[in-house]
Ligand binder design. Structure first.
Ligand code: HEM
Length: 562
């Protein structure tokens, strides 16, 4: 009723208002309404808000979205659930067969989880079970967009993405001295998650609060361009073999400016040596925690060597982050009183709400904001290098906002880069950095005729569907144009099911760093494309899945001066 736009939001029952807000949230995301003004206008138009609602604030809406969900447990649904096939009948190997297949000599031995998923799909269809072995997390995988929609729309008041138990154990049992009662946003659930998320949402998700960092992040991108000049081969102009380290350093430097208004100096040769420890620690921790959670392991019973390595990696991340955060807090003491609030870092904003939340969030921004962003920037750079004609179209657009190499990127001119945004989307479509979305079922569900009890962990195989012609014609071609409206017609990519392309997740639990990540990547790519013709003269680049996809090969880009 609401969606057809025939009724006023204020006249509908509170129960349906909740549903309306929820559905609206999905529309906002799938229509990619990105600016603050656009967002508010869109919401107001969709909700038919009257002028007296002009004080309507985005974070209040987010809070509403966070605490409301659709309830589908009608009588009809209960009957459907009762008549559905039992969970035990979902296809998939038994724990014993699966264990044998991952052991040496088995057909899945040495394969990573996305390769195994593809084979499972061929063997079992669009819904199958991964069994739990020795305490690893068992789960159900679906590859149907209609299921994704059902799962997200019924995720409950506090969506549960399932926590990494190793990280929770580390934070609550080994380092409560630092983390106190918080496991952090990504690894907490229920009310703890809801309260934490409400506290950080205005500082992290409000477009007004994210765009203010463009000039500082642009300085980091300019330093990166200077670094490319220094490190590329003077004759061939090819980047050195360890260029992925530089991209990691760029990502850490950029997120550190946003999180703490601190330049770590990572893009100079004489950089802060602690950063190497932080970068390696974060990489190891991501990989080890993922392996311990989803592959057979006995870490819950005793400290396995892999578990000990994870603790070392997490200690490195925690200790270095805390040192950097403490220094940033010290700096804040010297900041003149009454400085404009739009110059505040995320840390400074959150310190005014809760010092412990501020510290834990800053650690997680350094921890979680590196591999994801640098891998996404890498794949976009790679697609542009492999598609010189698209790179040229993008360069034309960038020239309009950066007429000279020393022109600056600003909040204003970054509004006028539709092709750049389309390139980022297309790159994330072809190569979603976080391959799948995950939820625990918020209530009993029926998926593809099977019962899925409340609390079941479900993975949604968006990475496979995003690369299928059925949803995106010529799916193997890098075509940013598919994300752009033409001649008044909707962008072709919009005809795909709206729950397939969700690279930052969905709803109130979606990526808390989405706006920062997009801005950092757009800024970097704009600077690089303004300065260099980027080329790739090697076999196709491969990525490997750790817990996000990271480049598996050397990043031998060629950067020729424009
Ligand atoms: C292109 C880069 C990135 C991608 C593709 C990405 C993707 C994702 C995805 C898919 C999720 C799960 C969302 C869901 O379950 O609905 C997530 C969660 C999260 N991301 Fe990102 N992310 C990126 C960068 C960042 C950055 C830079 C930060 C920090 C500044 C960050 C912080 C987080 C946090 C804290 C969560 C957990 C949110 C919660 O559970 O409430 N991410 N991200």
């Amino acid at each position: 009723m609401f969606l057809r736009g025939t009724c006023k939001f204020h006249t509908i029952n509170i129960r349906y208002q909740n549903s309306a807000l929820r559905l609206l949230s999905s529309q906002v995301q799938t229509n990619n309404v990105s600016s603050d003004d656009e967002y508010l206008l869109y919401l107001k138009s969709q909700l038919n808000l009257k002028s007296r609602d002009s004080t309507f604030e985005i974070h209040k809406l987010n809070d509403k979205l966070q605490t409301n969900s659709i309830d589908i447990t009608s009588k009809g649904f209960e009957t459907d659930y009762k008549n559905a096939l039992p969970y035990s009948k979902i296809p998939g190997p038994s724990a014993f067969t699966f264990l044998r297949s991952v052991l040496p000599g088995g057909k899945y031995c040495g394969k990573n989880i996305d390769e195994v998923s593809k084979e499972f799909r061929r063997e079992y269809g669009d819904l199958y079970k991964f069994p739990s072995i020795f305490g690893s997390q068992g789960f159900v995988a679906t590859n149907k967009p209609e299921d994704f929609q059902t799962i997200f729309r019924t995720e409950g008041h506090w969506p549960d993405r399932t926590e990494l138990k190793t990280i929770v154990y580390y934070r609550t049992k080994i380092r409560p001295d630092i983390f106190g009662k918080y496991s952090g946003l990504a690894n907490s659930q229920g009310k703890e998650w809801g309260d934490f998320r409400s506290a950080v949402n205005p500082a992290m998700m409000h477009p007004k609060n994210t765009k203010i960092y463009i000039p500082k992040v642009d300085e980091v991108a300019t330093d990166f361009v200077n670094r490319i000049h220094q490190i590329r081969d003077p004759k061939t102009k090819e980047a050195p073999e360890n260029f992925s380290n530089d991209l990691n350093r760029w990502a850490l430097e950029a997120v550190s400016v946003i999180a703490m208004d601190t330049r770590l100096g990572l893009l100079h040769d004489k950089h802060d040596k602690r950063s190497a420890k932080l970068i390696q620690g974060a990489k190891d921790a991501f990989k080890l925690s993922f392996d311990l959670e989803f592959k057979p392991s006995l870490w819950k019973f005793f400290s396995t060597p892999q578990f000990k390595k994870l603790i070392e990696a997490l200690d490195a991340v925690t200790d270095v982050s805390c040192e950097i955060i403490d220094e940033a807090q010290e700096q804040l003491k010297n900041k003149p009183r009454g400085s404009p609030s739009d110059e505040e870092s995320v840390l400074e904003k959150l310190l005014q709400i809760d010092p412990l939340i501020a510290k834990v969030m800053a650690i997680d921004m350094l921890f979680g904001g590196m591999d994801t962003t640098s891998s996404t920037a890498t794949s976009l750079l790679y697609f542009l290098a492999k598609n010189p004609e698209k790179q040229e179209i993008l360069r034309k657009e960038i020239m309009t906002i950066l007429p000279s190499k020393d022109s600056l990127l600003t909040v204003e001119n970054m509004k006028n880069v539709p092709y750049l945004r389309a390139c980022l989307k297309e790159s994330l479509r072809m190569f979603p950095t976080v391959g799948v979305n995950v939820r625990r079922a918020g209530q009993n569900l029926v998926l593809q005729g099977y019962q899925i009890p409340k609390g079941t962990m479900i993975t949604m195989g968006t990475n496979m569907l995003q690369n299928e012609d059925k949803y995106y014609p010529n799916a193997d071609k890098f075509e940013p144009e598919r994300w752009l409206k033409k001649d008044g017609l909707p962008a072709p990519a919009k005809s795909a099911h709206p729950f397939i392309f969700l690279p930052f997740g969905f709803g109130p639990r979606m990526c808390a760093g989405k706006r920062f990540a997009e801005m950092e990547i757009e800024t970097l790519i704009a600077r690089i494309i303004r300065n260099f013709q980027v080329e790739w003269h090697h076999p196709d680049l491969k990525f490997v899945f750790t817990s996000v996809y990271v480049p598996a090969d050397k990043l031998l880009f060629t950067f020729k001066d424009i």
